[in-house]
Ligand binder design. Sequence first.
Ligand SMILES: [Zn+2]
Length: 221
Amino acid sequence: MKCPHCSRPVDHEAETCYSCGYSLTLAESVFGRNFVQMNRLHDAAHCLRKPERDALEDIFDQMEMRFPQLLFCVYLGALNDQVRLNELGFWLLNHAEVRGADFARPNENAVLVLIDVNTKQAGISLGYFSEILLPEDEGYRCLQAARPFLVNAAYGQAVATMFRKIGRALSRRARYLKRNPAELEEAIKRRPTVPSVSDSKADDERDNLMIVEGSVVPGRS
Ligand SMILES: [Zn+2]
């Protein structure tokens, strides 16, 4: 995986990035240590209209049928300028429970798209398992395809475009890995055990996503 802070490669087992020292503990000092619940379509920025939400829910349904082990979700937020999308994605993958996701779709199988409506930036955060299935350059192409919609604040279309592209990229990758089983085995061998989230008194707290809805206070813990 890549460090969510400095983007340099990080060994899966490492708890701290050896380049910049970033860690889950640091992410927790910004976003909090408690666990949160989110919807697979989480519009914290309230930027989607009902028809757009309905269309996207349909796309998610189709994606879940096509890829029964993968967890697809999107977080749309109006973030303050201290929040970096990659860091928020990393934290959400470790702290969020997606409503309705069954045990067959744990967070390590997640494809999480994040959009900041203030900067019109988008990012993809992947769980350790889905990382095998969506190489970085593919993810980048999916984001690029949505770029024209993002700059026009057409978020519904942006998300729809991204997930359609992601679906195609995943299908291609699945076909490739089927033809090259050795590569899949290699990737699975490299696949780490998911580091356990640090135990916190707030672990059993179920919160909504208020703290990441634009009022993140650095240093909060
Ligand atoms: Zn780093």
